[in-house]
Design a protein. Structure first.
Lengths: 114, 114
């Protein structure tokens, strides 16, 4: 059974039109991460939540925001998508921080920008 | 700053061959190293996690080793099958973080020919 679920699998939006990607987890993990992955590149961490504490990476554009209304759900909001934001967006969870806990990934959402 | 390198970027082998994928990292102060598999257009599937105190982990036909002193890990795949074709990524979780920030390599894309 899928433990980290991302919806939708494929998302198409127009240049500049806000879009929200969704992630849910059944693992009851404290930490949820959002990564951006472009073709043939390593996943790039955008931000993570530890419980309700939001931690933004220094180089994450302001265009990217996130919400975590409860333990199970986390959203990635892109306020004004540009062509360069077309990528695979991966959600991951881990039980805790700083203890070498493994990360569990969802299947990703592939975002296309028209 | 931790850097993770995976060489080669792509590898093609005939079915049945044993093979080794390489991962090197610059900072040996790590909690763990995790190997993932990524199929085209999909998320990451965790294969093996090696804690910093361990030398190797095995799962079925997969064996991952870790040599912190040399900053290297290998993923050994025995008796390769066409179904093993995928991109394999390694990720290290450094000790000097309380943010669970793994550093990923760019991956090795493996093709196993029938």
């Amino acid at each position: 059974d899928a433990m980290v679920i991302q919806n939708p699998r494929y998302q198409v939006t127009q240049f500049g039109k806000p879009v929200t990607l969704s992630c849910s987890q059944t693992l009851n993990h404290n930490v949820m991460y959002w990564y951006q992955q472009k073709s043939s590149q390593a996943p790039k961490l955008l931000f993570h939540y530890y419980d309700k504490d939001f931690n933004n990476e220094a180089d994450t554009p302001d265009n990217f925001q996130s919400r975590r209304p409860n333990t199970s759900f986390c959203f990635l909001d892109i306020r004004s998508p540009g062509l360069g934001d077309a990528a695979m967006y991966l959600c991951a969870t881990s039980r805790d921080l700083g203890e070498g806990q493994p990360q569990h990934f969802g299947d990703g959402t592939r975002l296309s920008i028209l | 700053k931790q850097e993770v390198t995976q060489i080669p970027a792509a590898l093609s082998v005939p079915e049945g061959e044993n093979l080794v994928l390489n991962c090197s990292f610059t900072d040996s102060a790590i909690y763990n190293l995790q190997w993932f598999r990524q199929d085209p257009g999909k998320g990451l599937t965790s294969l093996l996690l090696i804690q910093s105190s361990q030398r190797e982990q095995t799962s079925g036909r997969l064996n991952a080793s870790l040599d912190k002193s040399s900053g290297r890990s290998t993923l050994y795949i025995a008796a390769s099958q066409p179904g093993d074709s995928a991109t394999y990524l390694c990720a290290v979780l450094p000790l000097n973080t309380n943010a669970g920030k793994s550093t990923f390599g760019d991956g090795t894309t493996l093709t196993v020919k029938p």
